[in-house]
Every structure is written in C-alpha cells, then in structure tokens.
Design a protein around this ligand. Structure first.
Ligand code: GLA
Length: 382
C-alpha cells in the first residue's frame, strides 16, 4: 500500500470517528467546503477530495471525474452512513471504476455503433461497449480532471466544477464548455445544475452516475429497497441495449414502478428485456416530460434504515440500472466486495441514442444556446 493511500485511509477513519463522537441527528452547518489531497495521476496531476456538508448531508467529491466518493445521510435514528458505492483510493478509480459516482459526458448512455450525422457531417466515436459508444467513450468526463471552486451562497454550500472539452475530443465536434454545480441546501438536498455551451453544433447528454445503497455502502444487496417511478412508458432495447425506438407501456411488465415496488420483485422474470439488461438497465420516459424546472420523478425507500430519496429533474428520461454488472471483483470504500445488485443507479438524462432518433427529444446543442439541466436529490426518513 502506498503512503498516500495510507494517509487517505487514516483521514477516512478520523472522519468516521468524528461522526460517531458528535453523535446523531445533528445538522451540519454550511461552512465553505475544504479540500485535501486524494492522490496523484500518472502524469503527476494532483487530485483533490473536497468535503461539503449542510443540513444532514455530507458529500465528498474528487476533482477527478467530479466523482462523488462519499455521500453521508442519516437514518431514522439520526445515524449517518455513506450510501454511495466507491473506492478509498485514486488508483482503483483510474483502473477499474464502472463510473462510480462520476460525471458523465459528453453523451451519457449509448450511441449505436458510435455513429451519428449532424448537419450533413458524419462522426465516429470510440466503441467501448460492444458495438456501441457508452458514456462519452473510453475517456469520457468521468476520467477528466475538473477545476473546482467552492462557494457559500445564503444558507447553501457548494462546488462549481468546470471542464473545457476541446473540439474533436472523443470524436465529438465543437469546443464544449461545461459547468456543473453541486449544491447542498440547509435542508440537506443535493442539487446538480449542469450548463454547457459550444462553438460548433454538437450533441450532449450530461448525467451523474452515483450508485446508491441506502442501507450503507458495502452492506449487501439493494433488492428490498422500494422504488416508485412516475413513468408509464420506457424505451425497450435490442440485445446491445440500444433503444428500438418504441415507447412501450410498462403495464403488466417488470418495468411497472408506478406504485412503489421492491427493486428485486421482478428481476428474475423471464421477460426478454430483463434478459437483455441482465436485470433492469433501461431508460424510463418520465411522465412529466422535459421541463424548465425540476419536477418529481421518483422515490426510493430502504425499509430497515428508513432512509428515503426523492428525485426531481428537468430531464425527460431516467436510466434505472440495477447494478447488474457488479460481479464481486471490486473492493469498495469500506473494504467489502460489491456483488451483483449491491447498488443501483438512477441517471437523469435524455434518451439513449437520441442523435440517431429524430423522434426523441433532441440532444443537439448549437452555438449561442446554453444547455441547462437540473436534478435534485432530497433525503428524508420514515
Ligand atoms: C450504465 C449503463 C450500464 C452499465 C453501467 C456501468 O448505467 O447503462 O449498462 O454500463 O453504466 O457498468
């Protein structure tokens, strides 16, 4: 183990001790976020870990990938736990992370054969998911170092993350200037605001790839969490997880979460879509559609801890991924192995493969326009 890794571990242990010592049910106040060294990339670039806390919520964010390395929220008795999957060291994030906690771009989700045409020009993106391009290719925004600036604003605290993606990076046209703001409110809500501009027409789909386990990271499967998802339709896929173009009803399928249902309830149904996804790995068409303000999308609950997370978004779609590809080979933050279904992701987004589906809400961004998107995670207990 390297010295830097030992330092990070010691730091984490000290932080955990503070939490236990300060006891339960306390709210953090909105002090300016602080940073510590988390590790160093092969080229010498230093990666920092920022800590921000407000209300009952504490986030730890890496300058590498804008990664949420830890997200602590209280249970119904006020006991905090880290409810996001991740690693305790930078090397694992660089070498083998399945996008744990990361910002995703330029295009979240899949583009068929990594190909699209825009204004008569054809573009070829790197293929990193079978025949398709996934999450911005083999070096997406999850593997870039972001400039980070902390702020306090009224009772809010937060970080502004900035990245400039050069024209042609990962095969995409246009210089894309991206700003992502993570805000913690005094009520402990975690809000993500995305903004982007370009100097040439391009396609963009930004999201966050946090894996949740509301009982606490490393504590086992998430199948008894309940999910209520306000989506009457979803986008069925082919065997490579590219949408067929249909907006199918969820009625009488394992994809019906219109009333709260255990995540694991129908994951073993022999439905062809469940076979393709090895569980659920699908985009849901949110009933509210694309909205100017974040509107209600879903509620997840974990019965034992009482933790509840509600999500509100401006986006028209939500990828629900039931952690199907976790296979017991990754050692998580607290030293436990992650097995299939030990975490789930809810990625607010435009629909997969939109650049090849003119009938889907557009992901085209043109010079002069500003892409804006917001997703809010509100935590409570019951
Ligand atoms: C996304 C995809 C999944 C999988 C995970 C990472 O959620 O939809 O198929 O690739 O990322 O493992």
């Amino acid at each position: 183990m390297s010295t830097s890794r030992r330092t990070v571990l010691a730091g984490a242990a000290a932080a955990a001790a503070t939490l236990t010592a300060t006891g339960t049910a306390h709210a953090w106040s909105g002090r300016l976020p602080s940073r510590e060294l988390f590790g160093q990339l092969a080229d010498g670039t230093k990666v920092y870990r920022w800590t921000l806390a407000n209300g009952g919520t504490r986030l730890k964010v890496l300058s590498y990938g804008g990664i949420v390395q830890s997200l602590e929220i209280p249970d119904r008795r006020g006991r905090h736990a880290n409810v996001s999957l991740g690693f305790d060291n930078l090397a694992d994030y660089v070498a083998k992370s399945p996008y744990f906690g990361a910002l995703i771009g330029r295009y979240g989700n899949r583009i068929a054969k990594g190909r699209f045409t825009l204004d008569g020009h054809s573009y070829q993106l790197p293929l990193n998911d079978g025949p398709n391009s996934l999450h911005g290719g083999d070096r997406g925004f999850d593997k870039r170092v972001w400039d980070i600036e902390p702020f306090t604003h009224g009772s809010d605290v937060g970080l502004v993350l900035r990245y400039v993606s050069p024209d042609g990076e990962a095969g995409y046209p246009g210089t894309l200037r991206v700003t992502v703001t993570y805000t913690l409110t005094a009520g402990g809500e975690w809000r993500i605001d995305y903004a982007a501009t370009t100097d040439r027409a391009t396609v963009v789909n930004l999201t966050s790839h946090t894996y949740f386990q509301l009982a606490g990271e490393g504590s086992g499967g998430v199948h008894d969490h309940t999910l209520e998802l306000a989506a009457a339709r979803y986008t069925p896929v082919d065997s490579t997880l590219i949408p067929t173009g249909e907006l199918a009803t969820v009625a009488r399928t394992p994809f019906d979460f219109r009333r709260a249902k255990a995540i694991g309830a129908d994951l073993r149904e022999p439905h062809p879509q469940i076979v393709y996804g090895k569980g659920i790995d699908h985009n849901f068409v949110l009933d509210k559609g694309l909205t100017a303000r974040p509107e209600y999308a879903l509620t997840v609950g974990e019965p034992a801890s009482g933790r509840v997370m509600r999500m509100y978004t401006t986006e028209p779609g939500m990828q629900f991924y039931s952690g199907n590809f976790l296979d017991g080979t990754l050692e998580g933050t607290s030293g436990r192995l992650y097995r299939q279904g030990d975490g789930f992701c809810l990625e607010s987004q435009h629909f997969p493969d939109s650049p090849n589906r003119p009938e889907f809400p557009t992901t085209v961004l043109r010079p002069g326009a500003v892409l804006r998107s917001t997703t809010v995670h509100a935590f409570s207990t019951r």
